[in-house]
Write a new protein. Sequence first.
Length: 428
Amino acid sequence: MIRVAHFSDLHYAGATLSEVHRCFSFAVATAIARGVDCAVISGDSTDHALELHTPAVQALARRLQQLAAHCPVLLLQGTYSHEPPGTLDLFRLLSTRHPIHVADRIEQVALMRAGEWLASGGWRFDSLPEEAGVVFSCLPSVNKADVAAAIDAANAAEAVGEAIASLLRGWGVVNRRARLAGLPTVAVSHGTVLGCFTEHGVPMAGLDHEFTTSSLFSAEVSAFMLGHIHKHQVWRDGTRLVAYPGSIGRLHYGEEGDKGFLLWSVDANGAGLEFVPTPARRMVHIDFDAKPDMEVVRIAAAQAQGAYVRVRWCFPEEESGTVDRAAIVAELAGAAEVKLEGRVVPVVRSRAGGISREHSLPEKVRRWAEATGVDGGGLLARLERMEAAEVEQIVAEIARGESGAIVPEHGSQECPVDDALATAELPR
Ligand SMILES: [Mn+2]
C-alpha cells in the first residue's frame, strides 16, 4: 500500500498568490506531517505564463522543493493557457532529496522501489520494469487544436474522446498485469469527465469532454487522480476510485463547497481517499438588480466578517441619484476585502427602463414615453378613451372618422383597438 498526496489546480500567479500560497503551504505541511510516500500535482500549477522573477514562481518552487525533500513528486502538464508548455521544465532542475518527475507527454512511469522515477519509452511499458513499486499512467492535458489540425476538425472533440478511450483501454492491459503482480496502480490526467459538476454547480454535459467514467475505469487502475475541474468529486467502481481534489484555493466568487486536497491510500486491489480541506478564503457575493438595498447589506454584513465580499448592482440611467459607496464599505467594515461593482444601464439599451415597476397602464405608457423621449400625450388620451368608453362606441367613432378617433389605414373592423394601436405613429 502506498499513500499519495494529490493536489491540483494550484493556479499560482501574482493575483492569486496570497490565497493559493496559504492553501498550498498548509496542504504541503499537512501531507508531510501525515507521512505520505509520494505527491502528485495533476495540472495547472500556474495560472498563466509567469516571468521568472515574480514572487509566485519563487513561492511555488519553494513549496515543490519542500515537498520533494520529503518524497518523490510527479507534476503533470495542465491546460496550456494556464501552464504554457515548458513551464514545468524549470522544476526538473530543482536540486531535491527525492526526484521530481514532469509528465508532459503520454507515458507510463514507474516509481521504483529505490524511490526513482522510470518512464516508459513509448506511451506504455512493453514489460513492467523489475523493481517497480507503483505504476503511474500519465495523460497530460489534451490540446484539441492539435487533434483538429491532424484530423477532421469538425469532429475533433469527439475524436479526442475516442482516442483517449482506446488509450485508456491500452493502459488497462499493462495495469491488469501490474495489479496481478501485486502493484498499486495510479493514473493521472487533466480534463473533464462527462456529467461532472463545476465549482459553480453547473453540470458538464455534451460530447466535447475528454472522459466518461466508463472510459476512466477501463484503464484498470486502483486510483484515477484527476485535475482541471475545481470542485472535489469522486466516482467509485467497486474498490476503485476516480476523483478530483478540486482547486487548492478559492479563486472566484460563487464557488461552492470546501477547497482542499486528497490523501489517497492505494494498493493492487483498490484505493481509499480522504479529503483534507485547506484554509481557503470565504467569498460572499451580494447581487442587486437595482440599487443596493442597505438593509440587505446590513444583514449580510454579519456573515461577511473576515470574508471577501463583492457587492454588485445595476440600475437604469434615467433613475437619478448615485449609490453611496462609502456607506456600503462602512457597513462591511469587518470584511477582509470589499469589491464594489456598479453598473448603470444606458437608456438606449434599457429601451423602456423602469416600466415594469409601474402599476397602471397609463403610468407604464408615461414611463415609456419618458425613457424613449417622445410626447406620449396623444397615446395617453386614446388610452383613457379606450378604458372609459364602450367598445361599440369607439368602433362607431372610428367608422364615422370623428375627430380624435384613430382611423386604421388597413383596418379590420373586427379588432379596431389593436389596429388603432398598431398604426398609431409610434416613434422607433
Ligand atoms: Mn484549473
